[in-house]
Ligand binder design. Sequence first.
Ligand code: ZN
Length: 370
Amino acid sequence: MRIKRTVSIPVKLPSEKFLFLMAQCAEIFNAHIDWAIANKTYNKNKAHKALYHSLREQYCCVSSALVQTIRDNALEAIKATKFKNIPRKKPTSGLRYDKRTMTLRGKQLTLSCIGKRVSLILDVPDYFKEVFETWEFCGATVTYTNNTKQFWVRLVFETEDPQQIEGQIQGIDRGLYHQAVTSDGQFFSSSKVREVQRRYLFNRRKLQQKGTRSAKRRLKAMSGREKRFMRDTNHCVSKKLANQPLIAVFVLEDLSSIRTQRRGKKMNKWLGSWAFYQQEQFLTYKAEALGKRVAYQDARYTSQKCNICKHIRKTNRHKSKFCCKNCGHWTHADFNAAKNVRDDYILSSTYGTEEQGSVNTLYVSAKFFG
Ligand SMILES: [Zn+2]
């Protein structure tokens, strides 16, 4: 099995040229769709014979390779829907490139365009460097966001699924006060994150009240800085988690089951934020690249259940303290939750059925995906 990864990078392109090209390509795409519907076929050779020369005449600035790529895309799109849905492109729809119409050498990307090819150097974030250097590049899409007037290039890479490795299972609790607490007692505090977010929020409100032009400019710069800070933090935490040598499976709480618990307004806001989602994505990427994986567990009672006697009561938890009303077990609430996440996962997965007593030393077989 091969795994795919998409990397999105904002780029500066000559907008007049590219917007014109996108509009032309959309028309070529739609012409193929119309032809396919009229002739009830998605045969590429037939389409080529019927359309290629007239389209090349009509859209003489679009390169021959691009016309062929669009033809393949259009016919594959209609084939996928079996004529049930009619795929259509708008003038600013994304432009798909393949090996015929683009080249990527290191960070240099060369794109087919009107007239000469356009060459640019990509600003590759650190955490994607490895993908760029070691994965196989298979295609890209250029898109345009109308309201921000920004071009993006989405590059698709592929690699062989690395051999699944053997190791222990680790439960991870993610909360407001800790970005992550693991079932073996590691705490990744989010106090620094919260402090920075508070500061940005305060400054943002002040600038929004001002409403001047320079205030708007500073707001924009600030949001960029905040995003970079969060990204670096997420990068760092997920790297530390993924690189733990003995762990092969990371079990996270299934988000939909946390939301139903009503853990408060602040918590729900954090759960819905892009920063939270990004942390999960980073951990998944890094784990997969190492032959490890991320699993999810229904977490409905993980915060109220005692990890020792399994007694569930709402009042067992008080903020960050967990104290069992049944057996008196006393610990940090997030640590207790992380252990429950791990134990519940092991019990509910087939691997745990015979080894309920020795969850700490349970090893996972090498092949999860058969
Ligand atoms: Zn208990």
